[in-house]
Design a protein around this ligand. Structure first.
Ligand SMILES: Cc1ncc(COP(=O)(O)O)c(C=O)c1O
Length: 386
């Protein structure tokens, strides 16, 4: 049970969580029954009616509106993409950057964000990596801004140690300095409440297979529609303000859609978008704030138990600097991963240890099982916290 919602009831929607101690939602969440039901419905409709495309497209728009509400944006600021990488590349190539312009990023941040911007080096754009310190906020970034700086791109939550950076203060700094602000929320969305406007983001990119519970292959993009100077690198009929009714392309009619559809290409990943509709309903029924608080409670419990075993936590300990759901334990992955697998516990190897990541269905008993499996094997003195 949790003080925030009925976790036992939620857990019943995730059959995999009954078969395995699943502590790896930062990698991919297991499928939930309501999400499967949405995909099943899509398949049934395809089989029985050969595809009611209009019905499906109406649902796409309804789900777009749900995504918008979830991010504190309006529906015409949301585009569906393939994954985070695609959203980041769309953003990087849409910014009006020129040779000599500079983008700031965090050293060691997710490569799928970094490469999108490093690729702009071909156009003479410079990327400067700012050191990733435990706290990253406007004041740690400010000294790196110079006359050539045009944009900052970073993750809200790090995948490899569970930092939660102060993007609100960095967004305000970007407004002050007139910089574009691109945020990768992949590791945060569905667990950490996200308010695009409070963040002051120009573009937000994400996938949906972690906190959003959808199988891989669907991404999201938020675009601040006031930034009309952002133009897509690729064009398809759907990107235009007016699609010619005879479907014959005219060289002089290339006006872009005023909405984020300008960044969309061709047909949609319909089953995944309908799955997203179901997962957003689940998340909204619980409340993302409640999911966050529950994960924080699990994290506090985990940290307390690790302290008792004298095992170091790699990332930040304080709630205001840490993600609610991602914790890296300083145990060498090469020695420990197999042990967890043998004990039917799913975690991920990370740069500096073993990553434990929670989903809405995890319980205190899951944490206790993990700790018990660590305790029974014993921790070498050399791996104990200093
Ligand atoms: C911060 C972050 N960005 C992006 C990704 C993944 O990128 P993509 O959605 O393109 O696979 C991950 C993890 O998979 C991540 O943790």
């Amino acid at each position: 049970m949790s003080g925030h919602y009925d976790v036992d009831a939620v857990r019943k929607e995730f059959p995999a969580a009954e078969r395995i101690t699943y502590l790896d939602s930062g990698f991919q969440t297991p499928l939930a029954l309501p999400v499967k039901a949405a995909i099943d419905r899509f398949l049934r409709e395809g089989l029985e009616t050969a595809g009611p495309k209009n019905v499906w497209l109406d649902r796409v728009e309804a789900i777009r509106a749900k995504v918008a509400q979830f991010l504190g944006a309006s529906a015409d600021e949301i585009a569906f993409t393939k994954n985070t990488s695609e959203s980041m590349n769309i953003a990087a190539n849409a910014l009006p950057l020129r040779a000599g312009d500079k983008v700031l990023m965090l050293h060691g941040d997710h490569p799928n964000n970094a490469y999108a911007f490093l690729n702009l080096q071909r156009r003479g754009v410079t990327v400067e990596f700012v050191p990733m310190t435990a706290i990253v906020n406007a004041e740690t970034i400010r000294p790196h801004i110079d006359a050539n700086t045009r944009a900052i791109s970073m993750s809200l939550v790090t995948f490899h140690a569970g930092h939660r950076f102060d993007v609100e203060s960095i967004g305000a700094l970007c407004r002050e300095k007139n910089l574009y602000f691109i945020v990768d929320v992949m590791q945060a969305i569905g667990v950490v409440p996200i308010d695009a406007k409070a963040m002051g983001a120009t573009v937000i990119g994400s996938g949906s297979h972690k906190g959003l519970l959808v199988p891989q292959g669907l991404g999201l993009l938020y675009w601040d529609k006031a930034r009309t100077e952002l133009k897509p690198a690729y064009l398809a009929a759907a990107s235009l303000a007016e699609i010619p009714s005879d479907l014959i392309a005219r060289p002089d009619k290339l006006k872009l859609a005023a909405s984020a559809r300008r960044f969309e290409l061709g047909n949609f990943n319909l089953p995944a978008i309908q799955a997203l509709g179901a997962s957003l309903d689940m998340i909204n029924a619980i409340g993302v704030q409640n999911i966050q608080n529950h994960c924080f409670d699990l994290g506090d419990h985990l940290i307390g138990q690790l302290d008792m075993l004298d095992i170091r936590l790699v990332g930040p300990r304080e709630r205001r600097y840490r993600a609610p759901h991602i914790y890296v334990i300083a145990l060498p992955a090469a020695e420990w991963l197999g042990h967890f697998e043998e004990n039917n516990i799913r975690v991920s190897p990370e740069r500096d240890g073993i990553r434990v990541s929670f989903g809405m269905f995890n319980t205190f008993a899951d944490v206790d099982r993990l700790i018990d499996v660590i305790r029974r094997r014993g921790v070498k003195p050399s791996h104990r916290a200093a």
